[in-house]
Write a protein that binds this ligand. Structure first.
Ligand SMILES: *[C@@H]1O[C@H](CO)[C@@H](O)[C@H](O)[C@H]1NC(C)=O
Ligand SMILES: *[C@@H]1O[C@H](CO)[C@@H](O)[C@H](O)[C@H]1NC(C)=O
Length: 446
């Protein structure tokens, strides 16, 4: 859900990783991405303010967002459609329906001839206009020769461990899939220790994830994993790292393209490489969760079942915390300054289990800002999402351009006219005063 939660979760993951340092741990994609470079000794409560329901955190005066800036994201109110999109907090927005609904899956075969990719800067929430977004580091994403190329190069700033680290990128679908088949032809970028290539299906709320990962320590091995409701806020001990699978492919995945497929069904998950099943998991054999699943009337299982987005990414696991580095391989080779690593996707084929759920107009009636304009907006909330304030070198995209609701007296654009008016007023008052004093003195002297 809220990007805040991502940051929260990753911090917790960082703390968790600190506890297991030295042991090779497989980690959740986002958690590890962030854990790799996040500072450890921060009290989570100081950094992860749990958003109070009914209050958009930085909204002046508190409360939910006002009608003219209806969507709450990361604690800021805005009429920027991006605020009403992924991460929008319904309970803290003007109305719950101010947030756009999740866009449901549609079948696509994307061969990256002319993909519709928006950057996180330009995405307006409209899934009819864009199929993908680039997250975090837009410059790392290119389309060339009908291939999606997601790259990582050395970051300008060392990470919080004082080590040079790669700045990775992620591309996500704009729509959410809930069960279905996703097949992608991929050449991994994992040709140095530490370089992690990922093809995953995940959501931030409630925190389910199914993934394929290749780590640079051994690019001939496919790692598979799934997570169920990884807690976004607290309780790191609830993150279950025990579902990892490993399969040797006897071929270097960084040299050639191979087909990777996740078949995610209500009752099972299959992971396939080049059409061969390398792993299966049955829902009925996963651990029990507490409570009864209203859909089946049976005990709830710790099995991913919520709508999620499909993501491709690359990141540097070799230079961060010891646990992640041991898992991914270390050190990542950054000996050449212009060194870069790249995961390439030749195509992705998405077949949804649920169809017929697509909203036909966007935004759907009654959702989002009442008036969609062309900006400019200003979005410090989104900037924070890119983490300058968390010292995370993975997210250091310079975002700019855009606007949340700020009260008029804090609007920098109004400062100059207001300053001029005040100056003018001073001059007028001063002049009147001078004239008055002269009169007074004339009266006295006369
Ligand atoms: C789970 O379901 C599969 C078929 O969907 C079946 O083959 C398997 O035996 C079941 N396992 C258990 C523990 O019931
Ligand atoms: C829409 O999606 C929901 C959840 O994914 C599903 O339960 C429902 O059956 C779908 N509706 C249609 C008409 O496909």
């Amino acid at each position: 859900m809220a990007p805040l939660r991502t940051i929260g979760r990753s911090l917790l993951a960082a703390l968790l990783l600190a506890q297991v340092e030295g042991k090779p741990v497989a980690t959740s994609f986002s958690a590890a991405v962030n854990a790799a470079s996040l500072p450890v000794p921060i009290a989570p409560t100081a950094v992860i303010p749990t958003p109070l329901e009914g209050s958009c955190r930085y909204h002046p005066g508190g409360g939910t967002c006002p009608e003219h800036a209806p969507c709450c994201l990361n604690g800021y109110c805005s009429d920027d459609p991006r605020y009403c999109s992924t991460g929008c907090e319904p309970k803290n927005s003007w109305k719950e329906s101010s947030c756009f609904p999740q866009a449901y899956c549609s079948n696509i075969h994307e061969d990256f001839g002319q993909p519709r990719i928006a950057s996180s800067k330009t995405f307006n929430g409209n899934p009819y206009q864009f199929d993908f977004t680039t997250d975090y580091n837009t410059e790392g994403v290119n389309v060339q020769d009908s291939k999606l190329k997601i790259s990582m190069k050395l970051d300008r700033i060392p990470n919080s461990y004082g080590r040079p680290q790669g700045l990775g990128s992620v591309v996500s679908t704009t729509r959410f899939i809930q069960y279905g088949k996703v097949k992608a032809r991929i050449k991994t970028g994992s040709n140095s220790p530490g370089v992690v290539s990922a093809f995953i299906i995940r959501n931030e709320d409630p925190g389910d994830e199914i993934d394929f990962e290749v780590v640079g320590r051994d690019p001939t091995e496919a790692q598979t994993n799934f997570y169920y409701r990884t807690p976004p806020d607290m309780a790191t001990d609830l993150i279950d790292y025990s579902n990892t699978g490993k399969q040797s492919l006897s071929t270097n995945t960084a040299l050639d393209f191979h087909d990777y497929e996740i078949e995610w069904m209500p009752e099972y998950i299959l992971w396939k490489v080049d059409d061969k099943v390398i792993r299966h998991v049955f829902r009925n054999e996963t651990k029990d969760d507490v409570g009864i699943d209203p859909a089946t009337g049976q005990t709830r299982k710790r099995y991913p079942s919520s709508p999620a987005r499909i993501q491709f990414g690359i990141w540097d696991g070799g230079q961060g915390s010891e646990g992640t580095a041991a898992w991914a391989g270390t050190p990542t080779d950054w000996s050449k300054l212009d060194q870069h690593y790249e995961i390439q996707v030749d195509y992705v084929d998405i077949q949804c289990y649920y169809l017929g759920n697509e909203t036909q107009t966007w935004p759907p009636a009654g959702h989002g800002p009442t008036k969609i304009h062309d900006g400019p907006y200003f979005t410090p909330g989104l900037d924070n999402r890119h983490g300058h304030d968390v010292g995370n070198s993975f997210y250091n995209e310079q975002e700019n351009g855009v606007h949340p609701y700020v009260p008029f007296y804090r609007n920098p654009k109004l400062m100059i006219p207001i300053g001029c008016l005040m100056g003018l007023a001073l001059v007028v008052v001063g002049t009147i005063e001078v004239v008055r004093r002269r009169r007074v003195s004339k009266v006295r002297w006369s």
